[in-house]
Design a protein around this ligand. Sequence first.
Ligand code: IVH
Length: 686
Amino acid sequence: MCMEKVQANIRINELRSLLEEASMRYYVANAPVLSDYEFDMLLKELEALEKEYPEYVTPDSPTQKVGSDLAKSGTQPGKEFQQYPHRYPMLSLGNTYDIPDVEAFAERAAKGIGNAFTFSCELKFDGTAICLTYKDGKLFRALTRGDGTVGDDVTENVRHISNIPQRLSVPFGFFATKEKPYPWPDEFEIRGEIYMPWAAFDRLNEERTRDEEQPFANPRNAASGSLKLIDSKAVANRGLECTLYHMLGDDLPFATHDEALNAAESWGLPVSDMRKICRSIEDIDGFIGYWDIERKNLPFATDGIVIKVNELPYQEELGYTAKFPRWAVAYKFKAEQALTKLLSIDYQVGRTGAVTPVANLEPVQLSGTVVKRASLHNEEQMRIHDIHIGDYVYVEKGGEIIPKITGVELSKRSSDVILPHFPETCPDCGTALIKDDEEAKAFCPNVNGCPTQIKGRLVHFLSRKAMNVIAGDATIDQLFNKALVWNVADFYELTKEHLLTLEGWKERSAERFLKSLQDSKKVSFDHVLYALGIRYVGEATAKSIARHFGNIDAIAAASVEELLKVEDVGLVIAESVHEFFSDGSNMEIIGRLKAAGLKFEIEDAPAKLSNVLDGKTIVISGNFSISRDEMKSLIVAHGGRNSGSISGKTAFLLAGDKPGPEKLKKAESLGVKVIDENTFNEIIGI
Ligand code: IVH
C-alpha cells in the first residue's frame, strides 16, 4: 500500500473517533467540546477523504449517519425513556458556511427539476429536533430524533411546553361537526425544534451558576437537557418553546410545503412567520443577508437559514441521501468571535470550594460589548486548548453570562508565552487542593476553615431562593469579620446589641434584619434543605429530596442506595448528600437550626388514602390513563413505594400501554408478577 493511502487511513480513523466523541458530548451529555464550526470542518475533511478513498467508507462512519441523542444507559443515571421507531427516518440537513455552496445547491435543484419552482427560506432554529404525531386532532406522541431511526418518547415532557397544543383547534369561520371535526389528516407527523429563548436561558444559567452547578454551554444544550428531565413538571418551569417546520403523512392534501405550514398554523400549531417564498438566487441571498444582521435582535438563537424546495412533488423527485434531503440545505452563520491577548489567569474559589480559572483579557469588542474576562472552565479545558499566558485567544459569546475562550491562534504565539500552572493549594486559605478526576474540577477541602467558602455558604443560606433574608454581601463580611457569625446557625442567635456593634448599623437597620431572620422561620422545608448548601443540591433537587423523604431525619438516615431512588438524583448527588449528613458538625448545625424553629419537614404531605400497598415496592412501565407522576403519587398515597428498577424485592410490575420490553423480560426472569392498570385499580379500590 502506498504511503499516502496509509496516512489517509490513519487520519480517517482519527477523524471518526474525534467526531464520535464530540457527537456523544454534544447530543447525549449536552456539553459540547468542539464548536459547531470545528465539528463541521472535521466532518468535511472526513467526507473528502472518504470520497478519495471510497474503499474506507463504512456504514457506521459519522458521514453516513445522524448523531444520536438517545439516552445511553450509564451516561445519565436514572434516566430512562421508552423508545419507538420513527415512521419516516428523521434526517439531518446538509450544511455550508459559504454562499457559493448555497448557489450551487439552488442551481442543482433547478437542473434536476427542469420546471419553474420556488424556494421556502426559513430560520434555522437552534434547539433540539422533535417529532410530534397528532391522531384525530390530539397530540399522540412526541419523539426525539434519537439516532434517526428510533427516538426517545418524551411525550409527557412535551405536554408541559406551553405553545404545543394537546388538541388542534378549528380555524375561525369554520364549523366542526361531530362526524368531521375539521379536515386535518386523521394522523400526521409534524417536526420542528424545541428551543430555549435567551431570557429563559439566562435565568436558568444564573440559577445554575449560583448553585455552583455547571451552566449550560448554549441554549441548544439547555433545551435538549431540559427536554430529557425526568420530572415532567420541572420541564414546565424551563420556559421551552417550539416551532414546527416540516409536516409528513400519507397522502397529505397539499401542493407545497408552505401550504402545509399555513394549514398547520390554522390548526393552532406553532409555525414561524419568519419565512419567505424566494424565486431566485438573489432573493435567497437577500434573505440570508437580512437575517445575518437581524438575528441578533431575535429573542432566541438561530444558527443559520434553511433553504427548501417548496413544491412537494419536486421534493419527492429530488429525494434523499442516507443522511440528508436533496431538496434542502442549511446555510450556517459563523459564531461571532474576537481575537485578543490573554493577560493573566485568576483562580476563584466558590461556595462549595470549587476552584475555577478565569482569564483576564486585553479588552476587546464582541457583539456590542467590551469583553475583559472569560471563563476557562477547568484545568482540562486549559490543557485541551493548550492555553499559555500571553497567547492570542478566540473569545465567543454563546449567550452565557461570561464569554468563553474557544481556541488559541497558534500562528500569533510568541516565544515568551508562559505555561500556566493550575494552583496546588487554595488561593484563599492555602490548603492543598483535591482533584476530582471525573469532573475535572479542583476543590479546596477546608470546608469549615476557608473564609471564601464559609462566607459563600452564609450568602447562599440567606439568598432569595433559600431563606430569603434581606442582607447584602457587605453585611455578611461585617458579621464574619467581627466573628459574630461563623456558621448558618449563628444567624439565629444574633441580638440587637450584637448588630449595633457593627459600623454603620442603627436601631432601624438592626430591627429590620432581625425581623427578616424571624420571617425566614416560615420558609418551607425544601427551601431550607436547599439553603443548607449541600454540594450539587440545587433548588429542584432539594424539592425532589424533600418530597421523597418528607423530613430531615429521614434524609439524614438514608443510605446512598435509598437516595438514588429519588427522581433526579444520580450517584454524584446521592454521595454528596450522604457525606453531608455523615459530618457531625453539619448535624450539630441542623440541631441548632431545629431549636431555632426552622421548618424541617414538609407540611403538604399527600393524604394517605389506604394501607393496601404498605411495605410494597412497585415498578411502573409504559403509559397509563393518568400521567406517570400521578401514578407514582397514587402508589405512595396507598402506602407503597415506587422504584425505577426491578429486583427480587419488587412486589409487582405495573405495566401500562407499551411497557418497556427490558422490564418485562426482567420481571419474567425474576418471577415478579406483572399487573395491568385495571387490576391495580381493583387492588386500591377505585
Ligand atoms: S427542515 C429532512 N427546517 O436543523 C430535514 N430543519 O442541522 C428536515 N432545523 O435536522 C429539516 N430549523 O433539527 C428544517 N427551519 C428548519 C429548521 C431545521 C432547525 C434543524 C433540524 C435539522 C437540523 C439540521
